[in-house]
Ligand binder design. Structure first.
Ligand code: SF4
Length: 363
């Protein structure tokens, strides 16, 4: 039977304080509970003795911690990438990825179960849309990764990742990319509530600059993001530099054409005075020619932009091949000629299908 209690992780700090007030308790109790859970990761009420007993009893009766049970955990052969298949309360499943780089750990978080956008080379798009995630289900993914970092015994890979940790022996989660399953701007309100919770300075206190939100080009969402001055970094999946080429890979381009997308991006940059990261999946023989690179250059010339090139990762539903290293480098050189900085994404976690565009579940 579904739980009738409120998921703690669905609540912003203000909402938790208002709830405590309705229960007849001073806000300070709720503020202490909030900080305790997010700073310690503790979810066991019996281990919160500093909370007044009456408040703790009421909170325990009314709130639950919407845990995501790990159905399957996979580690990449190099040990740097961990992928978690997580079960939601209604048995739906999502995937979350922990990625270790030198001096940095990043969680790749899902915003939806499945995705309605249908990008042809993406395993999530190939499985279709299942449902939106709640704010609590998004926050709980971050808490899951944070708990792993807090409790892990330092091993070789972890020690490397910890080498720049300001938290001493154990790492805490500091970086999030909303690039897992789903289109974040298609689930705008839940995603923004989750970001508010993750960034609350008395909780996990992630800086907005440590969160990157990736969209396939939901134009109204980009404009709203600019108007609301959300502090996150914005990444826009481009993949094609003409309307026709882009629409062949990203069907949602038929709804929000390239011209409208570019106008929204320019609006965002003007309003936020922020760089946009453009993502370009490099598919051999499809969008990796010199002409393609020049088209990207002409399209983005003069923008405060960086292009992230991502050699295609394999999925069951798409037959394309990734662009090789030399061709990727030539693509970069062409972009540089237009004053556009670029990176080629490190290929990590491919052996456990944890790379860009590879996340999927059996609904
Ligand atoms: S690439 Fe992103 S937006 Fe496109 S189908 Fe996959 S998850 Fe959805």
């Amino acid at each position: 039977m579904a739980s009738l209690s409120t998921n703690f992780y669905d609540l912003t700090r203000d909402e938790l304080l208002a709830l405590a007030t309705r229960w007849g308790f001073p806000g300070v109790h709720a503020a202490r509970l909030w900080a305790y859970v997010y700073l310690s990761g503790e979810e066991n009420w019996a281990k919160m003795p500093e909370l007044p007993a009456r408040f703790r009893t009421k909170a325990e009766a009314e709130l639950s911690f919407g845990r995501l049970a790990v159905a399957i955990e996979q580690k990449s052969s190099d040990g740097f990438t961990h992928k978690y298949l997580l079960s939601l309360a209604d048995e739906r499943r999502i995937e979350t990825v922990l990625m270790r780089y030198t001096g940095r750990v990043t969680a790749c978080i899902s915003s939806q179960a499945g995705c309605a956008m249908g990008c042809v080379f993406c395993a999530t798009g190939q499985m279709g849309f299942v449902r939106h995630l709640t704010p609590g289900e998004i926050v709980a993914q971050a808490m899951h990764v944070d708990a792993i970092l807090r409790t892990a015994a330092p091993g070789a890979a972890l020690a490397q990742a910890q080498s720049h940790s300001p938290h001493g022996r154990h790492e805490r989660l500091r970086n999030i990319v909303l690039m897992g399953m789903g289109e974040p701007l298609h689930n705008y309100d839940s995603v923004m509530t989750a970001i508010d919770i993750l960034c609350d300075p008395t909780g996990l206190a992630l800086g907005g600059k440590k969160i990157t939100l990736s969209t396939v080009g939901v134009v109204p969402g980009i404009i709203r993001l600019a108007d609301e001055a959300r502090p996150v970094h914005l990444a826009v999946s481009l993949h094609g530099a003409t309307q026709e080429e882009r629409a062949a890979l990203v069907p949602v381009a038929k709804k929000w054409p390239l011209e409208d997308l570019m106008e929204a991006c320019r609006y965002y940059m003007r309003k936020r005075e922020r760089r946009i990261f453009y993502e370009w999946t490099l598919i051999e023989g499809k969008n990796d020619s010199a002409e393609n690179a020049h088209a990207v250059g002409r399209l983005l010339r003069g923008q405060l932009a960086q292009v992230n090139l991502i050699p295609l990762n394999p999925t069951a539903g798409y037959a394309g091949e990734p662009t090789g290293r030399d061709a990727a480098r030539r693509f970069q050189q062409t972009l540089a000629g237009y004053g556009l900085p670029s990176t080629v994404r490190q290929r990590r976690g491919i052996d456990i299908a944890a790379g860009c565009g590879q996340l999927a579940t059996a609904r």
